[in-house]
Design a protein around this ligand. Sequence first.
Ligand SMILES: Cc1ncc(COP(=O)(O)O)c(C=O)c1O
Length: 472
Amino acid sequence: MKNKIYTFDEALNLNEKLYHSLYRNHINPGLYSIYKILGFNKMDIKSAYGLEIILKNGKIVLDFTSGIGVLGLGHNHERIIEVEKKCHDLNIIDIQKFGINKLQAVLAYNLSKLLPDPLDTSFFTVSGAEAVEAGIKLITRAQPRYKKYFISFDEDYHGKTHGALSFTNSEKFSRGFHVGINRENVITLEPGNINSLIKVVNEHSIDKNKNKIAGLIIEPIQGQTLGLLPNNYLKEVVRFCKKNNILVLIDEIKVGMGRTGKLFSFSHENVIPDIVTISKALGGGKRAIGAMVTSAKLSKLAYGKRKDSALHSTTFSGLGTSCAVAIEALNIISENYFLDDVQAKGDYLLQELQKLKTKYPKAIVEVKGKGLYLGVIFNFIPYEKKIRRLNIPFINDMQVALMGSIVRALYRDYNILTHFTPPRPSMLVVMPPLVVTKEQINQFVDALDDLLGKGLLRLFSKFLIGNVKEIL
Ligand SMILES: Cc1ncc(COP(=O)(O)O)c(C=O)c1O
């Protein structure tokens, strides 16, 4: 029958080959081929809990990617599941488009208690980019019309919707698109140098007290490159912007919610932005939710008149169960010792990786990061030279191919899921869920040790030869 569609039960029982072809034909053949090269096509998943992804063939894979930051609490955290179940058992209201929603109100209150004053007013979204959009729109409304310019930073990532894309400078994701904010109105600076910010603001000044810059949007740690800002830089930026009436949006979507050992990573610098965006781990690994949090004063400036109160909105903002889960996620992360434990485990992982660097000084050049967001940077140059001598014509990005072979081997041979980002192909991103145990950290470090001990050249050659067909 031509129009047959699958039921949920049928979907659950589809065999691997069939759902792979559905994905390839109906979602994204390009991504499918990348997953195949990385070996992730052999991942027929039965269930997932904590760091463990349990495959139908009985293998248990440790997830050291945290779903790029979503899985702060790991997969299916028991307290999150309990809240979900309770919501279903009680038939709580998910969609309430009219009237005062209790769980939204409580979530907003909790965020106001966990963030520094005066950040006390929330707008809920479904995704990170939407939270960024809400922040940009708030800045535009709250600032006078002559303030038409924004400042963003090289290699920052803020999402891929048209507005957020105007500030995403990583990987040229905006190529070929008409971005939301005119390109000429976004000034992109290299992060780390306060003088370049001062210079740009001076160049856009109208008189001694006025300039044309409306807002500045920044990641406290650059999420595509694990770019750490110099000490005090964020503090200087916030202080300078406050003095010059430029609103600061700090994007905590990737590194907030405890990832760096503090609930929000800007707290390491003791600064208070005008706007903060949060998402990913806020949903407890189960729900899609984000938030743009600002002060009552700014919110009033932007949308204070009753006629403007629905000027910015989104249909799925603050679903009941999403709010319930976010309330629980915030409670878990802010409970006694949770963050101390994240810090201790981060320190331990860093120390173990540093030991590997000492053991394999030719292969590893640097280990860096904060809390449980770490990166191992490899020196591929000697290997590149040797492999180029093999004259394999099909490799256009050798570093991506070499890191791909490490990620594939960690998955296929050691049952550990890791990832890397194209802007830093020589860096293996090590980002386990915050609930990782010491044993799981040891398992990861032992795997990397074993892999390095066997020699990278052999691994690279095997990968490249084995994937000739795929890479072509
Ligand atoms: C720092 C940061 N901002 C914004 C976003 C966009 O979030 P989303 O993909 O949910 O739209 C991301 C996503 O990776 C991010 O890391």
